[in-house]
Write a protein that binds this ligand. Structure first.
Ligand code: HEC
Ligand code: HEC
Length: 129
């Protein structure tokens, strides 16, 4: 009899561990990824200033709502802040923001609408700025 009681206790214990494990998995999947907000691109601060243009503000979250991560990463943009050497010549020749289905196509406002991207900082900014 004592032997049986011990076995039952072991099962109860492993069930408890299973429940804890499942809870942790569910919790982590909702905590690990939060949308990235507005990113302010001013790596080319010198050229921007010379041209009298504000930094480019990129609403990452709005793009996440419309596209899949792998529509952009890694084929259009490396997923690391500052890792892409973006400039207007490249945008105008089909790279980065000006990739074929993006701001060079009817899907999005065109590149000549400069001030839709080059805007003074929007609030609230996220830590990714
Ligand atoms: C779809 C968004 C977008 C539009 C529209 C846009 N730009 Fe840009 N532009 C960028 C991004 C992103 C950068 C890179 C900024 C950085 O990292 O410093 C940039 C960089 C620049 C730079 C600095 C680098 C360089 O190429 O000399 C200038 C100047 C500039 N843009 C001017 C313009 C002008 C003028 C227009 C309108 C004819 C325009 N941009 C339209 C996104 C845009
Ligand atoms: C429309 C294109 C686009 C889509 C879609 C997109 N991203 Fe990005 N992402 C970017 C750009 C542009 C940057 C900034 C790269 C830079 O600074 O040069 C970026 C940056 C990042 C970074 C780096 C952040 C940092 O602070 O270093 C991560 C991580 C990332 N994206 C993950 C994702 C994930 C996950 C998804 C899908 C849920 C996604 N991205 C969808 C364009 C996109």
């Amino acid at each position: 009899m004592p032997h049986q009681a011990e076995g039952g206790c072991k099962i109860a214990k492993s069930k408890k561990h299973l429940i804890i494990a499942i809870t942790l998995i569910l919790a982590s999947s909702s905590v690990v990824y939060a949308k990235l907000g507005n990113m302010v691109f001013d790596d080319k601060a010198g050229s921007l200033k010379k041209a009298g243009m504000a930094p480019a503000v990129f609403p990452h979250d709005r793009h996440e709502d419309i596209y899949k991560c792998n529509d952009c990463h890694p084929k259009l943009f490396k997923d690391k802040r500052g890792a892409n050497d973006i400039n207007m010549k490249k945008n105008m020749t089909g790279q980065f923001c000006g990739a074929p289905d993006c701001h060079n196509s009817p899907r999005a406002f065109p590149l000549y609408e400069c001030k839709k991207c080059h805007i003074e900082k929007k609030a609230p900014l996220t830590k990714s700025n």
